[in-house]
Write a protein that binds this ligand. Structure first.
Ligand SMILES: [Mg+2]
Length: 412
């Protein structure tokens, strides 16, 4: 049975919300940004602004050059998060299988649910669009319908705003044949360049490329890339809170630009280790194996593991292991680094390790304080100083960040 997956993408979400809330802004070119008095970038723009060539991520100065009468509006993240929650709650009336993909995007597994709405899945999509318009601020969205998440996401992007596009499994090969690889969700500008170097420019070519060559070039993701080129994607729609119990936990971070600054890399590693440790503690898990992922500028990827004497959920102990792996396998750096990842596996749950050393107990107490402050005030309110400054950590001092944290908001 062919699955029926919806990808729902709100149109110009932040800008549309502001235009609904303030009728004076309707039909006008507006950009939503941080404090318009300060140096800030475009977080969202209305379709009227897009018509001038304004894009997300541009500076206000650039936007003004394209459209001198552009209206900058200070964003209100709390309002967007609130409306986003209302949208996802509404989607759950259609199916319990709603996977939140970003603040204004979700995947819905409608396989069992769509027949309740009409003879074709499009009927369910039209009903959802109507209810969103009627019940949430008159907002519009684009819905893509496909046999999997990859194709549904592609389909929602084909018609904006207020689009509804269905791509059946039988239509996938023709759709992908001449489609540039970078149109697929997950293939960014760098990956595109490296694929192009292998004379792979279209999804059709990617799908026909020899798997061995892709794996040689990109490691484990090579296999996934070939399947993406064929439009295949078995990944389930996973509602929040129903993710399978993790066998490992990890975080990865693509650096803002490729770097060979050892201080910056170590600071990033420390931050990743703190994040992983915090998730372990939230899940009452301890892990014994620490894994380090380093992806270099040319996408060569190095994966190394080490096993600790005892399972741990302490950020500093994980960092210590990750740093040793990094020093042993990556220094001196052969080239600039593009991504770092830290993972902990061999998890044990419910059995807190016996911390017998006084030093380890101190580390543990410090971590509890960190969690308490960050749970209350938001991620990264309190972080180790070394995780902020591109310095080799000499002490484990803390810095308190000024102002509010951007908790819970994904800007894309
Ligand atoms: Mg959107």
């Amino acid at each position: 049975m062919e699955r029926v997956i919806f990808h729902v993408d709100m149109n110009a979400f932040f800008a549309a919300v502001e235009q609904r809330a303030r009728p004076g802004l309707r039909g006008k070119p507006i950009i939503v940004c941080g404090n318009p008095e300060k140096r800030t970038v475009v977080a969202a723009c209305s379709y009227e602004a897009k018509a001038y060539g304004i894009k997300n991520g541009m500076s206000i100065v650039e936007a003004r050059q394209l459209c001198p009468h552009i209206i900058p509006v200070a964003g209100d993240p709390e309002k967007y998060v609130d409306i986003s929650h209302r949208l996802f709650a509404l989607m759950r009336h259609f199916t319990p299988a709603v996977e939140i993909f970003s603040i204004d995007e979700a995947f819905l597994d409608m396989s069992g649910a769509w027949p309740g709405f009409g003879p074709e899945p499009e009927a369910a999509a039209r009903a959802l669009k109507r209810r969103i318009r009627e019940e949430v601020f008159d907002l519009t969205c684009s819905i893509g319908i496909g046999p999997n998440k990859l194709i549904a996401k592609l389909a929602s992007g084909l018609r904006k705003p207020d689009g509804l596009v269905r791509v059946r499994a039988a239509e996938v090969p023709a759709l992908l044949e001449d489609l540039p690889v970078e149109e697929l969700c997950g293939i960014g500008p760098h990956l595109k360049v490296y694929l192009n170097e292998m004379t792979i420019a279209t999804c059709g070519e990617l799908g026909r490329a020899p798997e061995a060559a892709l794996v040689r070039r990109f490691g484990v993701i090579g296999r996934a890339l070939k399947r993406m080129g064929q439009g295949l994607d078995e990944s389930p729609v996973t509602p929040m809170g129903q993710e399978p119990e993790a066998k490992s936990m990890g975080h990865a971070y693509t650096l803002p630009r490729d770097t060979e600054d050892i201080g910056e890399l170590r600071g990033t590693l420390l931050r990743l280790c703190e994040q992983v440790a915090r998730r372990l503690r939230a899940d009452r898990a301890c892990g014994r194996t620490v894994g380090l992922t380093v992806r270099y500028r040319d996408f060569t990827t190095l994966l190394r593991h080490t096993t600790l004497q005892d399972p741990t959920d302490a950020g500093l102990l994980i960092y210590d292991a990750a740093l040793r792996l990094f020093a042993r396998h990556c220094e001196p750096l052969p080239q600039r680094v593009r991504l770092l990842g830290v993972g902990v596996s061999e998890l044990a749950r419910g059995e807190r390790q016996l911390l017998c050393l006084e030093a380890a107990r101190r580390v543990e107490r410090m971590d509890r304080c960190l969690d308490a402050v960050n749970d209350r005030f938001g991620d990264f309110t309190l972080v180790r100083a070394a995780a902020l400054a591109p310095l080799v950590p000499k002490s484990h001092g803390f810095l308190v960040k000024n102002g509010r944290s951007p908790r819970g908001l994904v800007l894309r």
